[in-house]
Structures are given as structure tokens and as C-alpha cells.
Design a protein around this ligand. Structure first.
Ligand SMILES: Cc1cc2nc3c(=O)[nH]c(=O)nc-3n(C[C@H](O)[C@H](O)[C@H](O)COP(=O)(O)O)c2cc1C
Length: 314
């Protein structure tokens, strides 16, 4: 898949997940095969005001490239100004969030609210394009409500305004994250648009990703929740079925987190991410309890090293 001048190794992309797709997790996903990873959403207002927390979200290292940074906001002027921020030049793609359903974001006219305001969305894309040399992409939903599917018109508008690709989460704003994603909308956008279309929604395995590509014709796939505790989702062989098989990646995640996650947040971060690696293992609840009890990073490391595969009931 090609996004503007950027040629990707394969069609698998890590979705932006606020609170999860930090530098350490992105690096891990790149190591396991993701062709491109997206940062969590970054406030355009926070960026132009130089807020510390916002700038922290832009942390990157050359090894993780290519990386996409995602901006959110509703004011074309502010979005344009934010897109010119020098820190963004360390990235390869600038994505605009037009699908976030969270009320705090939508109330201010950003995220999925932009799907109700085509004109403003177009102004934002054009303003961002004017401010950066990076390829500009958008991430949208199928529409606002299930019965007002606007993704096709929206994608065509974005293409006309100069977007280099469109990612589409196959649910409406009203659906939030409930029910099943309707991949049909991805096929309809792909059929109409000339720019690359990246499908998203409910991919839990590499094979699901391939199936979405076969069923919809999309150029690439984006995986969000399915990658949490399972960065092997980017590999055909998938997640190992035993703890011993998973340990090297869990320990690698811990090592990357120690390097890149601020010490004050590290313990919470590790508990939040590492418990997810136990999913589907016979001894999962015991390991989770052990991790929850851990009061230091060393204790977490020991809990992982000493955990063994539970043979389960004989
Ligand atoms: C915890 C969480 C945080 C998310 N944060 C973002 C975000 O910052 N930007 C964005 O465009 N989408 C965000 N999303 C939506 C995902 O990128 C993705 O579109 C959605 O989860 C559907 O894909 P999946 O079924 O592979 O998870 C978030 C979703 C979740 C569950």
C-alpha cells in the first residue's frame, strides 16, 4: 500500500488507541510486523499552546518509522497551525481524527461530529494540507447514524481536498463500539474512491485482516483492540498458545516501557498492558492477580519470570 510518497511493507496498520498506542507499544507492534503505527489522538489546541502532556504524545524514535501522528480539533485555523508544529516532522503521515465518538470531543465539533459538517471537514483537510509536506490522511466512521451513511461522500470530498488515504471504522457514531462492524461500507467506499482505503473494525487475527481485504477490496487494514495483549496479530502465525511462547514478547514490552514510559506512570502502564497477555491461558487469573498485587516494576518482572504454564485440571 502506498500513502502519498510512503510505500508500506505490508497492508497491516496499528489503529490509534488513546491511552494505549504510545511509543513503547508502537515499537513492539512494528517489531512484530505492523507496517505503520498511529499515535493516539493529539489535541490541536494542546499542540499550539505547547502543553507538556500533548507534546509527550509526540515522542518518537527513528526505529519506529514510519509512524502516523493523529491530530484532532474542529477549528480549521487551529488545525492548520498545529499541523505546522516542528515536532510533527519526525513523523511520516499526518492523520486527522474524524471518527472519535467521545462526547467531550464531539461536543466541541471535533472527531465524529465532523461527519455532520462536510464543509468544515473539508476546510480542515485543506488547512492541514497547506501546513505540512507529510501525506494527510483521515480516519472516519460510516456516518453519524446507521441510516445516514455518509462515508462515501465524505471520502470523495477528502480525496478532492487532497487526502492521501482514508481509514474507515465500519460503525456509525451512534453505534459507538457496540454491535458488529458492517464491513459492507468499506467495500462501498473502496468502490467509489481512488485513494487507498484502509478498513477497520473487529479484526482479531491476521486471518480476519486478510478476509476483510478479500471481502471489501480495501488496500490495507487497521487493527485496534485486537492488538492489545496480542501484537502477534500482525503475524500470520498469530499469538502463541502458551505462556512460555508469549514471554519473550511480554518481556520485550516491559523493556520498551522501561525505556519510554515516564516512571510515574510505569507501574499502572505495565499492569494495564501486561495483564492482557494472559488472555486464553489456563492460569490467566492467577497471573493477573499476581500482577495486580505487584507494588514495583521489579515485582512485575518477577511475576512474569516465575509464572509457568498451568497444565489445567487433569
Ligand atoms: C480505548 C480506545 C481508544 C481509541 N482512541 C482512538 C483515537 O485516539 N483516535 C481514533 O481515531 N480512534 C480511536 N479509537 C478507535 C480505534 O482506532 C478503532 O477505530 C476502533 O477501536 C475499531 O477498531 P477495532 O475493532 O480494531 O478496535 C479508540 C478505540 C478504543 C477502544
Amino acid at each position: 500500500m502506498r500513502i502519498g510518497s510512503l510505500l508500506l511493507d505490508n497492508p497491516f496498520v496499528l489503529a490509534p488507541l488513546a491511552g494505549y498506542t504510545d511509543l513503547a507499544f508502537r515499537l513492539l507492534c512494528r517489531e512484530l510486523g505492523a507496517a505503520l503505527c498511529c499515535s493516539e489522538m493529539i489535541s490541536s489546541h494542546g499542540l499550539i499552546r505547547g502543553q507538556k502532556k500533548t507534546l509527550e504524545l509526540l515522542a518518537t524514535v527513528p526505529e519506529e518509522r514510519p509512524v502516523a501522528f493523529q491530530l484532532f480539533g474542529s477549528d480549521p485555523g487551529v488545525m492548520g497551525e498545529a499541523a505546522a508544529h516542528p515536532a510533527l516532522r519526525a513523523g511520516d503521515v499526518l492523520d486527522i481524527n474524524m471518527g472519535c465518538p467521545v462526547r467531550k470531543v464531539v461536543r466541541k465539533g471535533a472527531g465524529a461530529a465532523l461527519m455532520k459538517d462536510l464543509q468544515r471537514a473539508e476546510q480542515i483537510i485543506r488547512a492541514v494540507r497547506r501546513s505540512t509536506f507529510l501525506p494527510v490522511t483521515i480516519k472516519i466512521r460510516s456516518g453519524w447514524h446507521r441510516d445516514s451513511e455518509t462515508a462515501v461522500d465524505f471520502a470523495l470530498m477528502a480525496q478532492e481536498a487532497g487526502a492521501a488515504a482514508v481509514s474507515i471504522h465500519a460503525r456509525s457514531w451512534a453505534q459507538g463500539f457496540a454491535g458488529r462492524a458492517d464491513w459492507g461500507i468499506i467495500a462501498r467506499v473502496k468502490e467509489a474512491a481512488a485513494i487507498p482505503v484502509i478498513g477497520n473494525g473487529d479484526i482479531l487475527s491476521y486471518q480476519d485482516g486478510k478476509r476483510m481485504m478479500a471481502e471489501t477490496g480495501c488496500d490495507g487494514v487497521m487493527i485496534g483492540r485486537g492488538a492489545l495483549g496480542n501484537p502477534w496479530v500482525f503475524r500470520e502465525s498469530g499469538r502463541p498458545s502458551t505462556l512460555e511462547g508469549r514471554k519473550p514478547v511480554v518481556l520485550r514490552h516491559l523493556e520498551l516501557a522501561r525505556r519510554f514510559v515516564p516512571p510515574a506512570r510505569l507501574l499502572f502502564y505495565l499492569k494495564n498492558h501486561l495483564t492482557r497477555y494472559t488472555s486464553g491461558l489456563p492460569g490467566a487469573s492467577g497471573i493477573r492477580q499476581e500482577l495486580a498485587r505487584s507494588a514495583s516494576v521489579e515485582a512485575i518482572l518477577q511475576a512474569i519470570l516465575s509464572a509457568g504454564d498451568d497444565p489445567g485440571p487433569l
